[in-house]
Design a protein around this ligand. Structure first.
Ligand code: NAP
Ligand code: ZN
Length: 346
């Protein structure tokens, strides 16, 4: 057992603080990773604030992990000491169900999330706001040499969560894509859809980030606080990627879909959202959801980003800045992903 420095929450009403977590002894298929960088996802905030329900406390969040292999188990074949690697939202699954055999481990009923899940040995998994982690090699990803480790970290959740639905709904040249919410996931959605050749529109609360939208590859940026936006863009998109962490007026956004268009929600507001059937039937529209992406697809996404020069925009912070960073994410004051330098976990 390895006891390592970390940062976590002991209860949903308190700020995060320094603590330690225990990492299991290296099994034959395990990889010990020295964490270099850990991204801050809005899901970390929902979780540690208790918005998604009861948890085992304390929780060390973090599922956007980039680092270097520092030891490997006897049977590990895909990684060697010194390799640059990443870990995302999952560290295990059953391996035999329909989802797992289809490479869609994220939809396995027994998926083991990187933090807050019961692991095979009965312990609760603890995430990447920490210096080291032990993960079975089949859930470890290779980071292409062209991607710096700090910028690679957010790809492990924000990147794959945006990439997977864009691929599933076959976005390519000529696709009319709108991205709702221009934060961590949203800015990756813009960069990825643009790299796939789509015509991308950002739907943000205001025009404050318009210059960035256009710089990251969008053709247009509209303010959703302005009701004229909804009239002007009526029935104009094939795919809408909703990355917003709060409930929206879904009927208004569904009205922006063209015939046969799909609105895919990846944002996970804690409260239910209502939808009128009239918003769907009039133009055979679909409202769908999507959860991160499978392991093979995550590797495909990392390689795609390496080849196409797609990188998240990051602001590097230290462990002592995590609580302030959370407040800034909640205030939509993130440009566009906070990444923690793991050297500051001491
Ligand atoms: P984020 O960086 O906070 O981005 C969310 C964006 O939504 C904000 O930047 C803001 O963009 C917009 N927004 C926030 N509050 C709003 C409100 N009240 N009304 C309208 N727009 C609002 O968060 P993130 O890390 O990208 O995560 C976004 C959501 O996706 C979270 O709910 C997270 O839990 C979820 N998530 C889901 C998956 C999955 O697999 N499905 C994976 C990761 C994260 P503007 O300022 O541009 O409007
Ligand atoms: Zn996440």
């Amino acid at each position: 057992m390895l006891t390592v420095p970390a940062y976590g929450a002991s209860d949903p009403s308190q700020p995060l603080h320094p603590l330690t977590v225990e990492r299991r002894d290296l099994g034959p298929h395990d990889v010990l990773i020295e964490i270099g960088f850990s991204g801050i996802c809005h899901s970390d905030i929902h979780t540690v604030r208790g918005e998604w329900g009861a948890r085992d406390w304390p929780i060390t969040p973090g599922h956007e992990i980039a680092g270097t292999v520092s030891a490997v188990g006897a049977e590990v074949s895909r990684f060697s000491v010194g390799d640059r690697v990443g870990v995302g939202c999952m560290v295990g699954s059953c391996g035999t169900c329909v989802a797992c055999t289809a490479g869609q481990e994220q939809y396995c009923k027994d998926v083991v999330f990187t933090y807050g899940s019961t692991d095979a040995d009965g312990t609760t998994t603890q995430g990447g706001y920490s210096t080291h982690v032990v993960v079975t090699e089949s859930f470890v990803l290779a980071i292409p040499d062209s991607l710096p480790l700090d910028a690679a970290a957010p790809l492990l959740c924000a990147g794959i969560t945006s990439y997977s639905p864009l691929r599933h709904w076959k976005v390519g040249a000529g696709s009319r894509v709108a991205v709702v919410g221009f934060g961590g996931l949203g800015h990756m959605g813009v960069k990825l859809a643009s790299a796939m050749g789509a015509d991308v529109t950002v739907l943000s609360q205001s025009l404050a980030k318009k210059d960035d939208s256009l710089a990251f590859g969008a053709q247009a940026h509209h303010a959703t606080a302005d009701p004229a936006t909804f009239a002007a863009l009526d029935s104009s998109f094939d795919l809408i990627l909703n990355t917003v962490s709060a409930p929206l007026d879904m009927d208004a956004y569904l009205g922006l879909l063209a015939l046969d268009g799909t609105l895919v929600s990846v944002g996970l507001p804690p409260r239910p959202i209502s939808v009128s059937a009239f918003s769907l039937v009039g133009a055979r529209r679909s409202w769908a959801g999507s959860n991160i992406g499978g392991i093979a697809e995550t590797q495909e996404m990392l390689d795609f980003c390496g080849e196409h020069g797609v990188r998240p925009e990051i602001e590097l912070v230290g462990a002592a800045d995590i609580n302030t960073a959370y407040e800034r994410v909640l205030a939509s004051d993130v440009r566009y992903r906070f990444v923690i330098d793991a050297a500051t976990f001491v």
